[in-house]
Write a protein that binds this ligand. Sequence first.
Ligand SMILES: Cc1cc2nc3c(=O)[nH]c(=O)nc-3n(C[C@H](O)[C@H](O)[C@H](O)COP(=O)(O)OP(=O)(O)OC[C@H]3O[C@@H](n4cnc5c(N)ncnc54)[C@H](O)[C@@H]3O)c2cc1C
Length: 406
Amino acid sequence: MNKPKIVILGAGYGGMITCKRLEKLLKAGEADVTLINKHDYHYLTTQLHKVGAATAADRQIALSIPELIDSQKTHFLKAEVSSVDTNKQEIHLHGGDLITYDYLLIALGFEIETYGIPGIKENAFEIRSFKSSKAIYHQIIKQFNLYKEDQDPSRLTFVVAGGGFTGIEMVGELVDAMPKLCKEHDIPFEKVKIIAIEGAPSVIPFFPEPLIQYTTEFFQKHNIELITSKKILACTPEKISLEDGVDIPTRTVIWSCGVKGNTIVERFGLPLQKGKILVDPFLRVKNMKNVFSIGDCSCFMKNEKDSLPPTAQVALQQAPVCAKNIVATIRGEELKPFEYHHKGSVASLGTKAAVGLVGSLRLSGLFGAFMKQVIEARYLFNLGGIPLIIKQHFHVKREPLKVSAK
Ligand SMILES: Cc1cc2nc3c(=O)[nH]c(=O)nc-3n(C[C@H](O)[C@H](O)[C@H](O)COP(=O)(O)OP(=O)(O)OC[C@H]3O[C@@H](n4cnc5c(N)ncnc54)[C@H](O)[C@@H]3O)c2cc1C
C-alpha cells in the first residue's frame, strides 16, 4: 500500500512546530511529510522589528529550514504556493509545478491590514516578513545618505503608525538602534525625530493603566513624539496626513496597525470567516476530514461570537494538537479537541525594557525584558532543544542573508 502523504504549507510558527511534532509522532515509514515554504529560512515573526532596526544578526531571526528539520523524516520544498484544489487533492505552485497530498495542513500566516487607507500599501513599510522588515533598515540608511545631500529634515523623521504591541516594539527597537546607526553614518542624532501615532487615546489601550503609563514615560524619556486620538487618512512618499488637517513630512512610515489572514486562502474554495479558513474544534477545515488549518490564516471560534486572536501563542498551542490529530486521522484513532490557554503577553521596548501581563502579574522594565528573552528562548528550545539556543546566541553567522521572495 502507498504511504499516506502529508503536506504542510507554510514554515512559520504553526507549520514548523507541527512538522517537528510529526517527526516525533510518526513511526518509520508510516507517512511521507513534505514541508513547503517560499523561503528556505524560518523567520521568527515576533522578532521582525529587530530586523527593521538591525539590532539582531540576520541569522538570529532567519533560521535555515534544512538545518531545523530531520531530512530523513521531512522533505523540504522551497516554493511559493499559488492555489489549492481540495477536490483533486492538489497544490499548485508558482512556476506551474503540482504536488498531490492525502493530508494537508494550511499554515500560511498573515498579511498586513491597511483598511483601504490611500497610499499605505504603496508607500508605507511593513513588519510582515524578513524581507519587508529588512526594507525598513535599508530605507533608514538610504534616508541618512540623502539627508547628507539635501539636509531635508523629513528624511530624519521616522513615523511608526500604530501603538499596539508591534508598534511599541518597533519604537523600542529604533530607540536602541538610532544612536549607533547615526554614529556609523555620520548623522547628527539630535536631528532624528521618531514619531509614534495611535488612533486610540493611548498606546496599548488593552493593557492596564500602569503599563500604559510605563510605556508613555519610556517614550517621553527617549524623546519619542507620541500622537494619540488621531486617525491616519493618507500616506504619500513625502508625508503622512492625519485628521484635523495635520500633515507630517516624512519619507518613512512604518505601518503596524493590524493584520488579517493571508488573502491567498480566498482562492482555495474553502469555508471562510472574516477572510480566514474556518476550522472545527479538531483544527480541521469545516466539513473536511483530511485538511487542517492553524495560525493566523485560520479562524478558530472560541465561542459563538468570537474567534481566537492572530498570535504566535495560539499557533504554537495549536501545532502539537494538529500534529496529533493528523496522526490520529491516519491511524483511525479518536481526535483531540483544541483548547486554548492564554499564558500572557509581553512586548519589548528595546533590549532593556518590556511591558507585559502574565495572569494578573504586571511586568515592566528589566524584569519584563528578561521574561521576553525567556519566552523567545523557550520557543527555540521547542524547535531545536538546547543546541539551537546555544547556536542562536553564540555561534550565529554574522554575514547578511540574501533574500529574494517577498
Ligand atoms: C513584529 C511582530 C511581533 C509579534 N509579537 C508577538 C508576540 O509577542 N506574541 C505573540 O503571541 N504573537 C506575536 N506576533 C504575532 C505572531 O508573529 C503571529 O501570530 C504568528 O507568526 C502566526 O504564525 P503562523 O504560523 O500562523 O504564520 P507565520 O509565522 O506568519 O508563518 C507563515 C509562513 O508561511 C509562508 N508563506 C506565506 N505565503 C506563502 C506561500 N504563498 N507559499 C509558501 N509559503 C508561504 C511565510 O513565508 C511564513 O514562513 C507578532 C507579530 C509581529 C509581526
